[in-house]
Unconditional design. Structure first.
Length: 307
């Protein structure tokens, strides 16, 4: 009964979405760990990753997937900058917006379900809007570093996929710390991405962990995340995720449900105003949610929810 209730609460507000097609792509070339963020080093890194994107585009074209091939040609534009790319299994990327070599403030966006190479445009659009809001001296990294679950699927109701992703997020944030050791880093975690951040949080050297549009983190409280970072939570008034039951049911091979609502007083996160938009509107230009997310990244106090 619990499973049916949770599935219904997720499935009703959204349309069914198929996972990304099994488009073949070559194994990416091995890259050295991120080192000092000098302009020359980053330029070389971006060029090497661009070669991998072009190779994946050729494979997609040979496979007959014109849509994927066109998307990858756009990603291989010399004006776009990727720290990593893997075209296999839905795709993994880390795209940089802004000048990472000089950034004193860095936001790492961690996406939720249904984000892949075939549905990358919205994710990229949000990263672009956030970078514009932050302004000079800041950078945004759109981290699509894990196989996201489908919104309408049993997987999205468990922390299993997030547990698989957590080591990759920890490793990336660790390398970012080597790349820009003096920068202030914030994790901005949307929807199921907040479960990923919750599983990865312990010991991460970041200033802030921001949970927005979150169905839960898999943890009982902000304290249970075992992080020195400030934990923030926000949800827009029109976000359907508010209706997801916040509970956990241990099963033999997994746990069903993602735990307490991060906005509940018992969870203990600091709350910020997120406006009246829907589940996919948090990074919409000129929105209260975008403004407050940027304020958190910049180390400023966001507006609180109106009483």
């Amino acid at each position: 009964m619990l499973a049916a209730l949770v599935v219904a609460s997720v499935a009703v507000p959204v349309s069914g979405a198929a996972g990304p097609g099994a488009v073949p792509a070559p194994e990416p070339a091995a890259l050295a760990p991120l080192g000092a963020a000098t302009p020359a080093a980053l330029t070389g890194r971006y060029a090497a990753v661009r070669d991998g994107i072009r190779a994946a585009g050729r494979a997609a074209a040979a496979h007959g997937d014109r849509g994927r091939a066109a998307a990858l040609r756009a990603m291989a534009d010399p004006h776009r900058h990727f720290l990593s790319f893997d075209g296999r299994d839905g795709g993994r990327t880390a795209e940089v917006f802004g000048d990472l070599s000089r950034a004193g403030r860095i936001a790492v966006l961690v996406p939720g379900s249904d984000t892949s190479l075939d549905r990358y445009a919205r994710f990229r659009s949000g990263a672009t809007a956030l970078q514009r809001e932050l302004g000079a001296g800041s950078a945004v990294v759109a981290w699509l570093g894990y196989r996201t679950p489908d919104t309408v699927s049993p997987v999205v109701l468990t922390p299993d996929r997030a547990r698989e992703a957590a080591p990759q997020l920890r490793a990336f944030v660790g390398q970012l710390g080597v790349l820009r050791p003096a920068a202030r880093v914030a994790l901005l975690c949307h929807s199921y991405g907040s479960v990923v951040c919750g599983q990865a949080a312990a010991g991460l050297r970041v200033a802030d962990i921001v949970l927005y549009g979150s169905p839960g983190t898999g943890a009982e409280s902000a304290a249970a995340l075992r992080t020195p970072a400030t934990v923030w939570a926000g949800r827009a008034a029109g976000d359907w995720v508010a209706h997801v039951p916040h509970t956990r049911l241990p099963l033999p091979f997994t746990t069903l449900g993602l735990g307490p609502d991060p906005l509940s007083p018992e969870f203990g996160a600091r709350r910020f105003a997120a406006g009246t938009g829907g589940h996919s509107d948090y990074l919409t230009p000129h929105s209260p949610s975008l403004e407050n997310l940027a304020r958190i990244v910049l180390g400023r106090t966001p507006a609180k929810e109106p009483r």
